[in-house]
Design a protein around this ligand. Structure first.
Ligand SMILES: Nc1ncnc2c1ncn2[C@@H]1O[C@H](COP(=O)(O)OP(=O)(O)OP(=O)(O)O)[C@@H](O)[C@H]1O
Length: 610
């Protein structure tokens, strides 16, 4: 018996469209055909369990083979097979109409959306025509007393269907590779594709006499069955040659959506080293993509691992994905899981948590800043800050620690911090000498983090150690008497302003302790933050500060012996001394550079020999 027929679909000739548009992603044909074979095999296994199939299951491997001479690729399974009627129904109708629907959707999209849709839309069986100009199916159903069926089609709407003497249950799909798809006749290429998409399929896939997949990847197992070594070994398999992960989270939900997976916290100290797209997305163990944007919250994009969910709609465009309710729930779920895991680590092993802090601090702060309030609310109890002595505190521990000493006259707790303990050393030292404590807040996220804490914590402000002279950094009621008369102060102010000769350096004479430096340059906290935000590209309201030059306060210490010397020296000597004292202050701020530095070195030598 032979039947020739016409497949009734609405769009004529979808084949050239698919072939043309999907050029970059031709390789997915193999993923589609192998997953069909796996599905057919699993369906048969389920029928066996239900008692609807009573025969022997026998070997159930899916075999992929290539014959370079004959120019064919064959995908064979021993699954449930199809009768001729079923081929008409499932292949002629479903597969073709799926492809038609795809093309319809595809035509509507703009270029960017097309890129998105590629590889995310299961083109199914029809994708075979991306690489083959002729496809044959040999199939024999598991149902008793049915004949084998042989279908041939060249991707057009015409097909031939006849009986065949295939006796073994299952389906062989034979692709006659097109002239422009020679690359797929190379076994090495096929192996690469199989490893990329099929490495964790649940049925064994054999290629060149070897099984290429693990049918039971660890994420489908119960955490209780697994050891730490299982997790780290799996990590090495996913990311060979990388440092062991810090810890991991095994995800496992089946209501209200279905999701399994393992997320690893990588060990990365350098922020620039972070690599995105390290999480692989699977749908029922079939690799889909490593573009997990929108599925995983932004701040967790830096994690590694796998997520497997049949509930993630892969066949829709990006904008839809963002709005998708399941995706939102998944996002929330993952965020919660990560917060819970971190809280548990903190609770159970504080010192281990502190050791890992330099790696996980980034995630936590980024999460507090970008995720929903629920994450902040959990994280505020385990986020750590470290002081210049290297000791870690939680936020509440730290407030407790400094409040006796660092309350200003308005009862605000002033938290002092440094963004660079080396460069700001003299200021840090001055604060420590005063009995204050100084935090190290030196990562790229910290300025935003500080802003957030000031909003959320009550009566707490942050000041960088060089925001003011030590006496005014935390304003108390006490004042230090000046040994200079008001006239002398004015004179001193003028002398220094002249010696400095820079309008952005605001000179003021202050009564500081004689032990403090003769001149101190500070950057008011507010102005510095504005400039920082501007540098970080903060748009909006920041623009109005666009033309603001850097602005500094130069405090001349009225009670330092240098003040007296400047006042009593001759014009020339007084100018030299003022300039020297100012340069020392620049030096302490790491601001003495170029010509000024050369002049300073020379002047210092002169003063040594004077
Ligand atoms: N190897 C096979 N064995 C048995 N039936 C098959 C096989 N391959 C395809 N089919 C049948 O053909 C139908 C259409 O396949 P196709 O791959 O186009 O779509 P799908 O698998 O239903 O969905 P998807 O678009 O996700 O791949 C399948 O649903 C299945 O019933």
């Amino acid at each position: 018996m032979q039947e020739k027929g016409n497949i009734s679909i609405h769009t004529e000739n979808i084949f050239p469209i698919i072939k043309k548009f999907l050029y970059s992603d031709h390789e997915i044909f193999l993923r589609e055909l192998v997953s069909n074979a796996v599905d057919a095999t699993q369906k048969l296994k389920s029928l066996g369990q239900l008692g609807e199939f009573k025969g022997e299951l026998g070997e159930l491997k899916v075999k992929v083979s290539v014959d370079k001479e004959a120019r064919t690729i064959t995908i064979s399974d021993r699954g449930l097979g199809m009768t001729a009627e079923e081929i008409k129904k499932y292949i002629n109708q479903i597969a073709f109409s799926g492809a038609t629907e795809f093309v319809e959707k595809y035509k509507e999209k703009d270029a960017a959306a097309k890129d998105q849709i590629i590889g995310q839309f299961g083109l199914g069986f029809y994708s075979a025509f991306m690489v083959a100009d002729n496809v044959e199916i040999f199939s024999k159903s598991y149902k008793e007393e049915t004949e084998g069926a042989h279908w041939i089609c060249d991707g057009s709407t015409e097909f031939t269907l006849e009986t065949t003497d295939k006796t073994d249950r299952g389906t062989d799909v034979v692709l006659h590779v097109a002239a422009d798809s020679d690359e797929f006749l190379e076994p090495a290429r096929l192996r690469t594709i199989l490893t990329k998409y099929c490495k964790f399929l649940p049925i064994e896939i054999e290629f060149e006499d070897a099984v290429i997949n693990q049918t039971q990847p660890i994420w489908v197992k119960q955490p209780s069955e697994l050891t730490d070594e299982d997790y780290t070994t799996f990590y090495q398999e996913l990311y060979p040659f990388s440092e062991p992960p810090l810890f991991w989270i095994h995800l496992n939900v089946d209501y209200p959506f279905n999701l399994t997976g393992i997320l690893y916290f990588p060990k990365v100290k350098d922020e620039l080293q972070f690599q995105r797209n390290k999480i692989q997305l699977y749908s029922r163990q079939v690799f889909i993509t490593d573009e997990v944007k929108d599925v995983v919250p932004e701040f967790l994009m830096l994690l590694h691992g796998v997520i497997d969910s049949p509930d993630i709609p892969l066949n829709v465009s990006r904008s839809f994905l963002q709005a998708d309710a399941a995706v939102k729930k998944i996002n929330t779920y993952i965020t919660k899981k990560v917060a819970d895991k971190l809280a548990e680590l903190f609770r159970k092993d504080r010192s281990g948590f502190e050791e890992k802090w330099s790696d996980i601090g980034m995630f936590v702060k980024y999460g507090m800043l970008s995720a929903d309030d629920k994450f902040y609310d959990k994280a505020k109890d385990f986020v750590l800050v470290q002081n210049t002595a290297g000791k870690y505190f939680t936020l509440s521990e730290y407030q407790e620690f400094v409040q006796a000493n660092q309350k200003d006259k308005a009862e605000q707790t002033v938290v002092l911090y440094t963004t660079d303990a080396e460069a700001q050393h003299s200021f840090v030292q001055a604060a420590l000498d005063r009995g204050y404590d100084v935090l190290k807040l030196d990562t790229v996220l910290d300025s935003h983090f500080i802003g957030q804490l000031e909003q959320k914590l009550e009566k707490v402000t942050f000041k960088r150690v060089d925001a003011d002279t030590i006496g005014k950094l935390i304003e108390k009621d006490e004042t230090i008497e000046s040994v200079l008369s008001d006239d002398d102060k004015t004179k001193l102010q003028e002398l220094f302003a002249k010696a400095i000769g820079n309008e952005h350096m605001h000179v003021q004479v202050e009564a500081l302790s004689p032990q403090d430096a003769p001149v101190i340059i500070t950057v008011p906290e507010f102005m510095r933050r504005m400039k920082d935000m501007q540098r970080a590209g903060g748009g909006g309201g920041m623009q109005m500060f666009g033309s603001l030059p850097d602005s500094y306060t130069v405090s001349v210490n009225a009670n330092h012996p240098v003040a007296q010397r400047v006042l009593s020296a001759t014009d020339e000597a007084s100018h030299q001394l003022a300039r020297q004292a100012f340069d020392l202050a620049l030096l302490a701020q790491g601001m003495l550079k170029g010509e000024a530095l050369t002049a300073f070195v020379k002047r210092s030598a002169d003063l040594l020999t004077a």
